[in-house]
Design a protein around this ligand. Structure first.
Ligand SMILES: Nc1ncnc2c1ncn2[C@@H]1O[C@H](COP(=O)(O)OP(=O)(O)OP(=O)(O)O)[C@@H](O)[C@H]1O
Ligand SMILES: [Mg+2]
Length: 282
């Protein structure tokens, strides 16, 4: 007899989201940004969500990180249905975290990085100030930053470093699921590869589950276990990475794949790895 399988970390059932737009003097209009999305992500896996601008990726991200409620349908975390109107427990808030494309927008320019990292602990734990600082410094080191960075402000960092800060902040409360909305899209290629490597290491170390949103198929190919292709709020194809890259089935997926320039992230990663091993050897 096989052991009962634990529920997926994240599941959505027939999730829709409508936006009301217009209004006086223009007529009111409803946009259905999500038209019934079903997905499941198991622990330690990465689901990549791809699709053109406006297809509903960020709308989905806000719903699965429990920032926004669906118009209809259900979101389940660890098999438990979430009801935003009833309020979220601390435990539920801890489980799911988001990393945005542009962390600058979500970092307070007057807050030092050490305080940025400690804030989630202040809100959801009863750790003392020295304990919080210790955890913040350990996490800074874990994402490749230095202790002295704790006393600096967001504008004193490069884009890649700021993304490391955003990842560190997301991990402070030991989440199970990270939703990454275009986390490397604003970065140079070599920095993209470094951040992708970091995310991969963190996933292994902490057993994290990722929903990775990207319009860049060369990135998706490297991070995904499963790939979900969206178009105009609908899921048009949802299969394992190997299957979908070997033989995209839906005509839209084929068009999307054909339109993507082949930027060779693999080569950049290999170069970085070689550089790192040379540095270790030296
Ligand atoms: N707050 C809002 N009010 C009204 N319409 C919205 C709102 N947010 C998103 N939309 C609309 O919903 C649709 C999906 O938007 P969404 O931001 O989810 O797309 P996306 O796939 O993330 O696009 P991008 O790749 O450009 O980030 C679009 O038509 C958008 O104009
Ligand atoms: Mg978006």
């Amino acid at each position: 007899m096989s052991a009962p399988m634990s529920p997926p970390v994240l599941e959505t059932r027939a999730v829709t989201r409508d936006y009301e737009t217009g209004g006086f003097p223009r007529p009111r209009k409803t946009i259905r940004a999500l038209k019934g999305v079903d997905l499941q992500v198991r622990r330690g896996r990465t689901l990549a969500v791809v699709g053109e601008s406006g297809c509903g990726k960020s709308t989905l991200a806000r719903i699965i990180t429990l920032i926004d409620a669906p118009s209809s349908g259900e979101v389940l975390i660890d098999g438990q249905p979430v009801d935003l109107r009833a309020g979220l427990s601390r435990e539920m808030r801890r489980k799911v975290r988001i990393v945005f494309q542009n962390p600058y927008g979500s970092l307070n320019p007057r807050q030092k990085i050490g305080d940025v990292l400690e804030e989630p602990l202040l809100l959801s734990t009863s750790l003392s100030a020295p304990e919080r600082r210790e955890k913040a410094l350990a996490m800074l080191a874990r994402v490749g930053l230095k202790p002295e960075h704790a006393n600096r402000y967001p504008h004193m960092f490069s884009g890649g470093q700021r993304q490391r800060v955003a990842i560190a902040r997301a991990l402070m409360v030991n989440p199970d699921l990270l939703v990454l909305d275009e986390p490397v899209s604003a970065l140079d290629l070599s920095v993209q590869a470094q951040i992708l490597n970091l995310l991969q290491d963190l996933q292994e170390e902490f057993g994290l589950t990722y929903v990775f949103i990207s319009h860049d198929l060369s990135v998706v190919r490297h991070v995904a276990d499963e790939v979900m292709v969206m178009r105009l709020g609908e899921v048009v194809e949802y299969r394992s990475r190997d299957e979908i890259f070997a033989a995209p089935e839906h005509p839209y997926t084929r068009t999307l794949f054909a339109a993507t320039p082949k930027i060779d992230l693999e080569r950049i990663r290999a170069r970085l790895a070689a550089k790192a091993s040379r540095a270790r050897g030296a």
